[in-house]
Design a protein around this ligand. Structure first.
Ligand SMILES: [Zn+2]
Length: 258
């Protein structure tokens, strides 16, 4: 039964163990290194394998096996508690699809109380994706600032990061965020909640709290989908705050902490 193909469950186990990045440098574009060489063992045993990026794979493959076992025991992303990565950008699609809606030259794709949740812009043939996916209390679980992604390692069940493709799952059979840049459109699916309201964007639906916007195409729009009162602005939690809180700032009124 055993072949060179590494079973999906073993790949996932190695990603989870390494905090979804190279055990040495944290790069999320990973390969699976056999510490006991495949030619010697002819089996995929996760206890003798470790997730490494292409560059570290080459260099660590030349060193003593003990180096790889040490990295396996203390991977960078687990020590840091964070994942960093740059979304692959070898082409820029002119249109952005979020759920069932299409956005063309409409960079502010989705805003929540004045705060950008999804943004998509094309500059000099390069796409720039920004996303802010919060927990229910609006603390960020995943942030992308112009393709530069940061997320907390511990929160996720699986993170698949490949050239032009990125998918994050908090639990099995659930997509928290998927960015697919392989096709004609930049395509995004997401499922998250803010303050008890659920937002689902997938092939079948674009649910925004209790309402939905389906199958629209927005071209040259100043703003795409906007959720929340125009007169209110969300104050984001801040690492500098002693007790981090989220507030709603209403015009002409004091901040209401939520
Ligand atoms: Zn590496």
């Amino acid at each position: 039964m055993s072949g060179r193909f590494i079973p999906t469950s073993i790949r996932r186990q190695l990603r989870q163990e390494a905090g979804f990045g190279c055990a040495q440098c944290g790069n999320p574009l990973i390969e699976y290194h056999h510490i006991i060489p495949w030619s010697e063992s002819k089996v995929h045993r996760p206890e003798h394998m470790v997730a490494l990026c292409g560059t570290c794979h080459t260099s660590i493959g030349k060193l003593q096996r003990s180096v790889a076992y040490r990295l396996k025991a203390a991977p960078k992303n687990i020590k840091d508690g964070k994942i960093h990565g740059l979304l692959g950008t070898d082409k820029a699609q002119p249109s952005f699809v979020l759920g069932t809606n299409t956005f063309i030259r409409t960079p502010d794709v989705f805003r929540y109380f004045g705060r950008t949740i999804f943004k998509y812009d094309v500059r000099e043939g390069q796409h720039l994706i920004s996303a802010y996916l919060p927990r229910d209390d609006f603390w960020p679980e995943l942030r992308i600032v112009e393709n530069d992604m940061t997320m907390d390692t511990a929160k996720f069940w699986d993170v698949e990061f490949r050239t032009n493709y990125f998918r994050v799952q908090r639990k099995t059979r659930e997509t928290f965020l998927e960015i697919d840049l392989r096709g004609e459109h930049a395509k995004v699916a997401a499922d998250f909640s803010i303050r008890g309201q659920r937002f689902i964007f997938d092939d079948e639906q674009s649910s925004i709290g209790s309402s939905s916007i389906q199958n629209s195409t927005m071209i040259d729009c100043g703003a795409g989908i906007s959720f929340g009162d125009r007169g209110e602005r969300l104050m984001l939690p801040n690492y500098a705050q002693h007790h981090s809180r989220v507030g709603l700032l209403r015009e002409g009124r004091s901040i209401q902490w939520i």
